[in-house]
Design a protein around this ligand. Structure first.
Ligand SMILES: Nc1nc2c(c(=O)[nH]1)N[C@H]1C(S)=C(S)[C@@H](COP(=O)(O)O)O[C@H]1N2
Ligand SMILES: [Mo]
Length: 218
């Protein structure tokens, strides 16, 4: 991340979240969640909160592209039309945010991660993917997490185009992990042979982020 981007971030918000991460903070004494559909420590919302670093880039579709590179046999740089010509999928999945809200039954339309993997063909040594975003945000997941069948590069939510605040024109959605692992304004997916922390992982968030194991911090 460059100084230019860091300079614009919401420093106070980041400092607060870093402090929570250091304290291994859990969401209070009341235990929410039914442990069946609602993970432990979560509560249900019906709105869709916006969380980011305070920059919400505007990327017109004609200027948008997505690079998928690193340890792949067929690196690509897709323009918007090429992206939209890939096979399209729809999934309905739940969101679990580390700040304790969950939202059920979000309908996503876009390109499935499995179709992306078919296109770029990961090399034998690839073990993780690094997501790079237009606001300087990064996050990491193992390749086997990216390869789960409900992972989607989504351009639409609930039948409408994503809004700018939620990552337009395209964001990643990884339902099995806390939502910080799902990049908004995604511009590059880098395949690598060694794990590398992203923005929040560097600041005390758990590297795996499984809501069912409450892997929030540390
Ligand atoms: N590019 C980018 N993606 C991001 C973030 C961000 O700051 N920048 N924040 C993450 C976090 S912490 C969360 S909880 C979700 C929030 O997504 P939403 O605002 O659409 O609810 O986006 C994730 N993806
Ligand atoms: Mo988050």
């Amino acid at each position: 991340m460059t100084d230019g981007i860091l300079g614009k971030l919401n420093e106070k918000l980041i400092a607060t979240k870093e402090k929570w991460a250091r304290e291994g903070r859990k969401p209070g004494k009341v235990r929410h969640g039914d442990g069946v559909r609602l993970p432990p420590g979560q509560h249900l919302v019906t709105n869709w909160p916006v969380l980011d670093l305070g920059i919400q880039p505007y990327i017109p579709e004609k200027e948008w592209n997505l690079s998928i590179d690193g340890l792949v046999d067929n690196p690509v740089k897709l323009g918007w039309d090429q992206f939209m010509e890939l096979p399209q999928s729809s999934f309905v999945t739940d969101i679990h945010c580390v700040t304790t809200w969950s939202r059920y039954d979000n309908r996503w339309d876009g390109v499935s991660a499995l179709d992306i993997l078919d296109l770029v063909k990961p090399a034998a040594g690839a073990t993780h993917i690094i997501q790079h975003c237009h606001d300087g945000y990064t996050t990491n997941v193992p390749l086997k997490v990216f390869a789960q069948p409900d992972v989607i590069l989504a351009h639409s939510w609930e039948g409408d185009w994503l809004t700018r605040e939620h990552g337009a024109p395209m964001r990643l959605v990884i339902p099995a992990k806390y939502f910080w692992k799902s990049s908004k304004w995604l511009k590059r997916i880098e395949f690598v042979d060694a794990d590398r922390y992203g923005f929040w992982e560097d600041r005390g968030y758990h590297n795996e982020g499984d809501p069912w194991k409450e892997e929030r911090f540390g």
